[in-house]
Write a protein that binds this ligand. Sequence first.
Ligand code: SF4
Ligand code: SF4
Length: 452
Amino acid sequence: MTKVNIMKKMPEKVIIPLKQHDGTACDPLVKKGDMVCEGQKIGECGVYNSASVHSSVSGEVISIEEAPHPNGNKVNSVIIQLSEEPECVDFNPKDVQDSELADFIKDAGIVEHYGFPTHMVLKPEGKKIDVVLVNATSSEWIGGHYDTPSQYSSQMLDALKLLMRASGASKGAIVLRNDDLESINAFDGLNYDGKPITVAPLVGKRKINYYFKDMSSDIVVVSQEHIYGKKILDLFTYNVTGRKVSFGCVPTDVGVAICSVKSAKALYDAVNAGKPYIETVVSVSGKVNNPQKILVKIGTTFKDVIEECGGYIGEPGKLIANGSITGVAQYTDEVPVSKTTTSIYVQSADEVVRGESVDCTHCARCVDVCPVNLIPSRIAAMSDQGRFDECRQMHIMNCVECGRCAAVCPSKIHVLQLIKYAKNSIEKAYEDLAPKESPANLKLGCGCSGGE
Ligand code: SF4
Ligand code: SF4
């Protein structure tokens, strides 16, 4: 399996954002001058739509201030200078009852890579989950986490059971990509709970329900094509379960909780080793001397990660977090790796100059490819002018951030980046409004019934 290296040189300082998820930011539990240990909780928030934050290192809190965040904004962050003799909170396995698991996940700070706190996916307020899916089709975090393929597959199945227990779901599935032979081979033929696992293909009308019955099992492993796009969960839900997620709804509205391999692994580690979410695997590529997948402490700056990868090749032009098409360009490399950072891509100065944008020609290619029927060119133009209300009226919040509009644009306009900027600004405005407004005025209702 693809090797994942462990960062050998510890950074001198880490910047740990107090908000690494969609929802409410944490309040700091420490202050300047405090000494903290690796694994110590340093931020929490009492409301449900938040996840705790832990220190990934031992050291002294030198500041709590607004600092750059990979989402492009500034976020209140705890800055910790590492001590020479690291101390660690004792990590011990936890015996957690089913009814306590959701709170346990919140407390361990586990979030999905697209930003949603995992406990909210598993136990959404006012909804019932009956099936949990582990989406292993974006497998960039898988390789190298494990010594052997069977260790990976059996841990993932154990993690799926934990996720099912947390959600109360009676059924669960691990979904692999049908061209990911390493993962398919890791599961196929594995003897788990006294039964051999068979990886079943999702073809035509054969969705997971077919295999639950056919294999007389509440847990199955299936494979399907890779669906491109960070937030295309609705399409994924339909492909795997056959349940349609109506416009404006989310998979949990039809009883489906979708978790990533990363959060499944984090939950496994939290229960079996007592370890909170303090490190993550990042894929570093582009103009660096030694591109690789690397396990880093959350809060490590991109600069330190790139140095560990042998440094830049030549003059860096652009740094992009989370994918060259769908990611966010960074204005500094002093930005920290957060729980939602999956990759860092470095472009050379030459590549950036070649990629300079020109005026929109209104060719409508971006409109043709948008899977959710938006008018990306128009929304991007509104965003560029700061007209976020108009973006909202044009249903910007339905954008699934697939990046197709930016990829096809002959004028090289940063369509996705402008859309994300507006979405972030709208979300931020709503957060600021929330304490003053009735929630009923801020959220649209959903008529999903969950039928197949
Ligand atoms: S606006 Fe662009 S990024 Fe958003 S869904 Fe449409 S094509 Fe994808
Ligand atoms: S693809 Fe680019 S140039 Fe064409 S309409 Fe969309 S934003 Fe404008």
